[in-house]
Design a protein around this ligand. Structure first.
Ligand SMILES: Nc1nc2c(ncn2[C@@H]2O[C@H](COP(=O)(O)OP(=O)(O)OP(=O)(O)O)[C@@H](O)[C@H]2O)c(=O)[nH]1
Ligand SMILES: [Mg+2]
Length: 663
C-alpha cells in the first residue's frame, strides 16, 4: 500500500499536554511499547536533560507513527512563550495541526496566538480538548470559550461522559445522532452551496456520507475545525482523535520527480558535534552525496540521510517530496534555510519578536572567545536569537523572550559547553520608526560619492507592524543586469542592503514600519549608454553606497524610539488586589478595573515589556505565591522623554538578517 505522509504539528499553551499527547499517540499507534510520562522525565520527545528536569518542552522534536496507510511525522512543540521561535519554523512545514486545549484551563492567551497563526497560514487544524479526566474539566464551557475566543467554525465530534473523573470518556457522535447531524449541516452549509441547497430542501434527508465528505473537504481546506475531547493520561478519546487525524487532515502533496525544494526547520548537533539539519521536502528528491544549494553562494554535500520510523532513525539513500528527514554533512546550513525553490518567504514571521536583551558575561575572562562561538552555535539553532558583539566594550548581548529562556541558555552553556556565565540586567529592545519622509541621492562620479553608482532612496513611515517594505521604482533600463541577471534579483539584493542598513537607525535600534523606495539608479560601463561611460560598476558599489544614501534619507525623516509593550492579565487572590494595584501604579501601568470572580480577581493591564518582568518578580511576594501573570506582546509605543540610545551602536551582529516585523 502506497504510504501517504502527514507532517503534523502539536501546538498549545504551556502545560496543556502536548508532550503527553504525543507520547500517548505513539503508544496507541504501536510505535512505542512503553508509555513514558513528562512527570517521570521519560517521554520520547522531551529528550533533553533540561526538558526532563524542568518538565517543560524547550525544543521542538519529531517522532513518527503509522495510522494504517498514513505515515505521520509528529512535531511536538514547546508551549512556553519564551520558546515561540521553535514554533515559528515548524509552522512552515506542517500539513496539519492538532491544537490542544486544557479542559480545565480552557482557552489561554497562547492558544489564541497560535490559532491566529494557524488560520493565517491556512493550516488544517483539529482541536483536542485534553485533561477531561481532571476535576474541574468542562465541555460546554470550553466549547463556548472556543467559539467566543478562537473561531466559530467548530463542531464537537462527540460527547463526553463522566467528565472530571478518571473514568471520563468520549463517544464519537454517530450518523443517527440527529442533533449532531443538524449542527454539522448548519456549519458546513455556510461554505458549501450543495449542502446548503439540500439542507434548505429537507434537513433530515441529507445523507450522512455527504456531510462526512464535506466535513473532510472543509477541514482539509482549513475552513472548519472539528473538536475532539479526551485525556492524554488515560487514553480516553484517543481512538476518535486518531480517526480524525487520518480522515480529516490532508496528506502531504508534492512531486518526487519535481525540482528540489525543502525547508530546514531544526538544527541539532550530533554526539561528536556534527551538524544535523531537519528538512521538510516539498518537491523533488535528495540523495546521499547530492550537492545542495541553500542560497548562500556555495554548495554542501549530503553525507547521510535518515528518516523517522517507529520512533527510530532509519538510514535511507534518499528523501522525497512530502517527507521529513535528517541530513548530515551540511556544515554551513542554518535554521530557516531553504533548499532549492520553496516559494515561501523566509522573512515571513508569525509571532512577535524578542523584546528584551541582556549582556552575557563569561565567568572567566579567558572564556570570552569560546562564549562567542557557543552563542553563535545556539543562534544557528534558534532562529530568533540575535547576538550582538560590542567591540568597544568587548561585550556580547543576546536578544531574549524572557527569564525562562535566559535560565535555559545559562544551563545549556554550562552543560553543553562547560561555560559559566552571568547575565547583566535585562533591558528592552527598542525600535525606531521614521517620523516623516526623507529622501537622498548620491550621483555617480560626483565628488561626494566614493562608489561607482547612482542611488536615490526615499523613506516613508508605514503603519505599525508593517515591517520594512522595499520598492523599486526606477527605469528598468538603468538596472545593471550584467551584475544581477534580472530586475527582480536586483530588487531582492537592494532590499537586503536596505534591511541590513536599517538594523541600526539613528539611535542604534532597528528601524521598522517604513517603506523604502529606490527612485534613481545609474551604473557605469566602459561603453556608455543607457548608463554612464566609465569604469565598470560592481555589486559592492551598490552594496556599500546603499547605507550612505539611506542614512542621509533617514536623518531627514528623523526617527522616534518606541518601546515594546505587553498586555497582561494578572489573576490574584481578591485579598491582594490593593497591593497589586499599588505595585502596578508604581510600574506606571495602564490598568483596567479589577473584575472579581469569587475568591479570585483578574486585573487587565498594558505596560512596557521590561516592567512586566518586574511585575513577574514581585508577584509571588505580593500574593503569597498565588498570583498568575499571563502576558502577550502588544506592539510598540513611543517612549516619553529622552530617546534611549543603544550602547555601543557600532556593534557587529553575529548573525545576518534583520529582526522580524512585529505582528
Ligand atoms: N490529568 C491529566 N493530566 C495531564 C493530561 N495531559 C497532560 N497532563 C499533565 O499536565 C502536565 C503538562 O503536560 P505536558 O505534556 O508536559 O504539557 P505540554 O503541553 O507538553 O507542556 P510544554 O511542552 O511545556 O508546553 C504534566 O504534569 C502532565 O502529566 C491529561 O490528559 N490529564
Ligand atoms: Mg511539551
Amino acid at each position: 500500500m502506497a504510504k501517504k505522509e502527514l507532517n503534523l504539528g502539536i501546538l498549545a499553551h504551556v502545560d496543556a499536554g502536548k508532550t503527553t499527547l504525543t507520547e500517548r499517540l505513539l503508544y496507541e499507534a504501536g510505535a512505542i511499547d512503553e508509555l513514558g510520562s513528562v512527570d517521570a522525565g521519560t517521554t520520547q520527545t522531551d529528550s533533553l536533560t533540561l526538558e526532563r528536569q524542568r518538565g517543560i518542552t524547550i525544543k521542538s522534536a519529531v517522532a513518527s507513527f503509522a495510522l494504517q496507510d498514513v505515515h505521520v511525522n509528529l512535531i511536538d512543540t514547546p508551549g512556553h512563550p519564551d520558546f515561540i521561535a521553535e514554533v515559528e519554523r515548524v509552522l512552515r512545514v506542517l500539513d496539519g495541526a492538532v491544537l490542544v486545549i486544557s479542559g480545565v484551563e480552557g482557552v489561554q492567551p497562547q492558544t489564541r496566538i497560535l490559532m491566529r497563526a494557524l488560520e493565517r497560514l491556512r493550516i488544517p487544524t483539529l482541536v483536542f480538548v485534553n485533561k477531561i479526566d481532571r476535576p474541574g474539566a468542562g465541555d460546554e464551557r470550553v466549547m463556548q470559550a472556543i467559539s467566543e475566543r478562537l473561531t466559530t467554525a467548530v463542531v464537537p465530534m462527540g460527547t463526553t461522559h463522566a467528565i472530571g473523573t478518571r473514568a471520563a470518556y468520549f463517544a464519537f457522535s454517530s450518523a443517527e445522532d440527529t442533533g449532531f447531524r443538524a449542527r454539522l449541516a448548519e456549519m458546513l452549509a455556510e461554505r458549501d452551496e450543495g449542502i446548503m441547497a439540500a439542507y434548505v430542501e429537507d434537513e433530515s434527508d441529507l445523507p450522512y456520507h455527504l456531510l462526512r465528505d464535506a466535513l473532510a473537504a472543509q477541514t482539509k481546506q482549513a475552513l472548519v475545525h472539528p473538536v475532539f475531547f479526551g485525556s492524554a493520561v488515560t487514553g480516553a478519546g484517543l481512538d476518535s482523535l486518531m480517526t480524525g487525524i487520518r480522515e480529516l487532515l490532508p496528506a502531504a502533496a508534492g512531486d518526487p520527480a519535481g525540482p528540489v525544494s525543502g525547508t530546514v526547520f531544526k538544527i541539532e548537533r550530533g554526539t561528536s558535534g556534527e551538524k544535523i539539519a531537519y528538512v521538510r521536502m516539498f518537491s523533488g528528491t535528495i540523495h546521499t552525496r547530492d550537492r545542495l544549494d541553500f542560497g548562500r553562494g556555495f554548495e554542501d554535500k549530503v553525507t547521510a540521510i535518515t528518516v523517522f520510523e517507529r520512533g527510530l532513525a532509519a538510514l535511507r539513500p534518499a528523501v522525497s517530496a512530502g517527507a521529513v528527514a535528517k541530513l548530515w554533512g551540511l556544515s554551513k546550513i542554518q535554521i530557516g534555510d531553504r533548499i532549492g525553490e520553496t516559494g515561501t518567504d523566509a522573512s515571513d514571521h508569525h509571532f512577535s519578536p524578542p523584546t528584551l536583551e541582556s549582556v552575557v558575561v563569561a565567568g572567566k575572562p579567558d572564556d570570552r572567545a569560546r562564549l562567542r562561538v557557543a552563542l553563535a552555535q545556539l543562534a544557528e539553532q534558534d532562529p530568533l536569537i540575535d547576538i550582538r558583539q560590542d567591540d568597544a566594550r568587548h561585550e556580547l548581548s543576546l536578544s531574549l523572550y524572557g527569564e525562562v529562556q535566559k535560565e535555559v541558555i545559562q544551563a545549556t552553556l554550562a552543560n553543553e559547553f562547560g561555560l559559566e556565565v552571568t547575565f547583566r540586567e535585562t533591558t528592552p529592545i527598542y525600535i525606531e520608526r521614521p517620523i516623516g519622509t526623507g529622501e537622498a541621492i548620491e550621483i555617480l562620479h560626483a565628488e561626494s560619492n566614493p562608489f561607482l553608482a547612482t542611488i536615490g532612496l526615499r523613506i516613508d513611515p508605514a503603519p505599525s507592524g508593517s515591517g520594512v517594505d522595499f520598492r523599486l521604482r526606477v527605469d528598468p533600463r538603468t538596472v545593471p543586469l550584467y551584475l544581477y541577471k534580472t530586475v527582480g534579483r536586483f530588487s531582492e539584493r537592494m532590499g537586503e542592503y536596505v534591511r541590513q542598513t536599517l538594523r541600526e537607525g539613528l539611535f542604534g535600534w532597528q528601524v521598522t514600519d517604513c517603506i523604502v523606495t529606490m527612485t534613481k539608479c545609474t551604473y557605469s560601463v566602459p561603453d556608455g549608454p543607457p548608463s554612464k561611460r566609465g569604469p565598470l560598476s560592481t555589486a559592492p558599489d551598490f552594496r556599500k553606497l546603499t547605507p550612505l544614501v539611506l542614512i542621509q534619507a533617514l536623518q531627514q525623516a528623523r526617527t522616534m524610539v518606541c518601546e515594546p509593550i505587553v498586555r497582561a492579565g494578572v489573576e490574584i487572590p481578591t485579598g491582594a488586589v490593593g497591593a497589586v494595584m499599588a505595585a502596578l501604579a508604581r510600574l506606571d501601568a495602564d490598568v483596567e478595573p479589577p473584575s472579581l470572580h469569587g475568591p479570585l480577581s483578574m486585573i487587565g493591564t498594558v505596560l512596557p515589556a521590561a516592567r512586566a518582568q518586574d511585575l513577574q518578580r514581585q508577584l509571588p511576594g505580593l500574593t503569597g505565591g498565588e498570583g498568575v501573570l499571563d502576558s502577550t506582546f502588544a506592539g510598540y509605543k513611543p517612549v516619553s522623554g529622552d530617546q534611549p540610545t543603544r550602547r555601543g551602536d557600532d556593534g557587529e551582529w553575529l548573525r545576518p538578517g534583520p529582526l522580524p516585523a512585529q505582528r
